[in-house]
Ligand binder design. Structure first.
Ligand SMILES: N[C@@H](CCC(=O)N[C@@H](CS)C(=O)NCC(=O)O)C(=O)O
Length: 225
């Protein structure tokens, strides 16, 4: 049995969404996003006390990018990967892993706004820099979706894949800090992929959210003048 060790609205949401799209049977172990992840028991699963961790085929895997590659290779019939030899293989790898570039900024901003208490512990320089770096990543996704004459409906030319899952889940986190409306192609694509039943099923129950606000960016917008 596959077991996903998960905390709502974190990177493990991307593994959950992928497992649901793959249509495989799995057990979901949900943890609060707090010091529980740093206990000795949890560190047996993830040595650095992070999520996701995935028990599969007698192994415990960490790193959402590696897990994504493994799952797509393990269940190729779902067509969410692009195997060696596929014309979109290089782009698939690039965008599956670009999700992590996006997420590191969203994750730092989540820490600043939701992890640090009281708010006076926040660092305005970090908030400003990370907001700008996240904006650059949103630009990159916008340009990717505009990259052909007619534009793209999915990250890859060849259609929906795990690259859409990774990048869209990173945007799900990042849009709490940078508005997506100024990016028309990104907004259209995000609205489309997030109608998928598997995305909907990966969302947290309303009482288990880690984001207490829908948007935190006013503070950064004020800082930027
Ligand atoms: N590169 C890793 C990062 C894992 C990671 O940092 N996960 C965050 C959640 S988004 C976490 O568990 N943080 C807990 C902590 O930092 O204490 C991956 O992609 O799996």
């Amino acid at each position: 049995m596959i077991t996903l060790h998960h905390a709502h609205e974190t990177r493990s949401m991307r593994t959950l969404w992928l497992l649901l799209e793959l249509g495989v049977e799995f057990h979901l172990a949900v943890y609060p996003f707090d010091k529980t992840l740093r206990t000795d028991g949890f560190r047996l699963l993830h040595p650095a006390g992070r999520v996701p961790a995935l028990e599969i085929d007698g192994e415990v895997m960490i790193e959402s990018g590696a897990i994504c590659e493994y799952l797509c290779e393990r269940f190729p019939e779902a067509g969410l990967g692009r195997m060696p030899g596929d014309l979109d293989r290089a782009d698939w790898l690039v965008w599956v892993h670009f999700a992590e570039t996006l997420t590191q900024h969203a994750s730092m901003l989540t820490l600043q706004y939701e992890g640090l208490r009281p708010a006076s512990r926040r660092c305005s320089l970090t908030v400003d820099l990370e907001t700008r770096r996240l904006q650059s990543c949103f630009h990159a996704v916008e340009n990717r979706l505009n990259g052909t004459m007619e534009g793209r409906d999915t990250i890859l030319t060849s259609g929906f894949s795990a690259a859409d899952i990774g990048v869209a889940q990173a945007i799900y986190m990042g849009r709490h800090f940078v508005r997506i409306d100024p990016y028309p192609s990104l907004s259209r694509w995000y609205a489309d992929v997030t109608t998928r039943p598997a995305f909907r099923a990966s969302l947290p129950p309303s009482d288990a959210r880690i984001y207490s606000r829908d948007f935190y960016g006013e503070d950064a917008e004020l800082l930027a003048g």
